[in-house]
Design a protein around this ligand. Structure first.
Ligand SMILES: Nc1ncnc2c1ncn2[C@@H]1O[C@H](COP(=O)(O)OP(=O)(O)OP(=O)(O)O)[C@@H](O)[C@H]1O
Ligand SMILES: [Mg+2]
Length: 331
């Protein structure tokens, strides 16, 4: 049986203990019956801007794949979306077809206060999807920010002037609990945690939750969990099913119903500089991220029905220009 030990270790940031129990620790996953969070049961009545940090300190769990493809799916559903690459690996930036160009303005300039958000945002190939590019310079930002004023609030402050322009702002975090991730957690309203359905993936989740609890208590009292997302999921294996059942008991409605299957198209798309919805819109990966986008929209009070367009009609003319009917022909 899977067992997740709760740990309150958080030496990385020397954060004082949380004064709120917003993110409740659980003694053991197998005993858990309630959701880990004291969540507001109802979705907001009216849509509002939501900043979502995509976070998991474990590497390679699908954070960047989720950031790119969820953001693109939201934009394709008609919601203007901003994606911020907070990771020095800049994989989100590369995956959307941008060179990892260190001369260009980036999230580094935003964090260091060299440029405003409006100056660093670039449009992407997907209509309605905008990007703040990342750069490997951001490794230095971790050090440069240590002595900076309001070092944990840099990103939050920088986003303030533009946040109302986007229904969703997604932050792709690095696989570390460093100052870049901390800035993301402070800027965020909620967290989306991608996880692989494997035994070892469960081990870090309690530590992550404890850390998030402390961040919430110390810097961002409004921070809640948007949801946990199973990635690279294979529902044919017993292990996957077991992991899902355990997470369901642990996170209850905070486990997304949508799961992301292992799909080669998702792995190929970044090398073509495209989200999967453009690279192969019929793939299982594209479908899965669209389902996730719709679930997120529903939870947040955004209508998911696109206004139905009238069926296109064309006048069909015969060779001498006489009107013969309207296509598609009706019985
Ligand atoms: N559903 C999937 N199906 C197939 N391959 C996937 C899937 N999700 C992610 N991958 C692949 O797994 C690798 C890791 O994914 P990704 O870069 O999204 O993880 P990450 O959590 O952002 O990693 P890091 O912690 O290094 O930032 C990549 O090669 C990606 O293409
Ligand atoms: Mg990544």
């Amino acid at each position: 049986m899977f067992h997740v030990e709760h740990s309150l270790r958080c030496s990385t940031w020397n954060i004082p203990p949380a004064d709120s129990a917003r993110l409740k620790p659980r003694p053991a996953m197998s005993e858990a019956t309630e959701p880990i969070l004291e969540t507001t049961p109802e979705a907001p009545l009216s849509p509002q801007t939501k900043v979502i940090a995509i976070v998991n300190q474990k590497g390679g769990v699908g954070k960047t794949t989720t950031a790119i493809n969820l953001a693109a799916a939201l934009a394709l559903e008609g919601l203007k979306t901003l994606l911020i690459d907070v990771d020095p690996q800049a994989n989100t930036t590369g995956g959307l077809g941008f060179a990892r160009d260190e001369e260009r303005l980036s999230a580094y300039d935003l964090l260091l206060g060299h440029a405003t958000a409006a100056e660093v945002i670039v449009p992407t190939e997907v209509e309605g999807l905008f990007l703040v590019p990342g750069t490997k310079n951001m490794i230095g930002a971790n050090v440069e920010l240590v002595s900076a004023e309001r070092r944990e609030h840099r990103l939050r402050d920088a986003l303030e002037p533009i946040r109302a322009d986007y229904p969703f702002i997604l932050l792709d975090c690095p696989p570390a609990l460093d100052l870049l991730t901390l800035n993301s957690l402070v800027a965020a309203d909620t967290l989306l945690v991608p996880m692989q359905a494997e035994y070892f993936a469960l081990e870090g989740i309690s530590e992550l939750m404890a850390t998030l609890d402390r961040v919430a208590g110390s810097f961002n009292p409004g921070l809640t969990l948007e949801g946990v997302l199973l990635t690279m999921f294979d529902d044919r294996t017993n292990l996957s099913q077991q992991v899902r059942d355990n997470l369901q008991g642990f996170f209850a409605d905070r486990l997304f119903t949508a799961t992301i299957p292992r799909n080669i198209r998702l792995a190929e798309a970044p090398s073509h500089g495209k989200p999967v919805a453009l690279y192969d819109p019929r793939s299982r990966g594209a479908e899965a991220y669209r389902s996730l986008a719709l679930e997120l929209m529903e939870r947040n009070g955004h209508p998911t029905e696109k206004p139905t367009r009238p069926e296109p009609t064309f006048a069909v003319l015969d060779s001498i220009g006489e009107k013969k009917g309207i296509w598609p022909f009706r019985k």
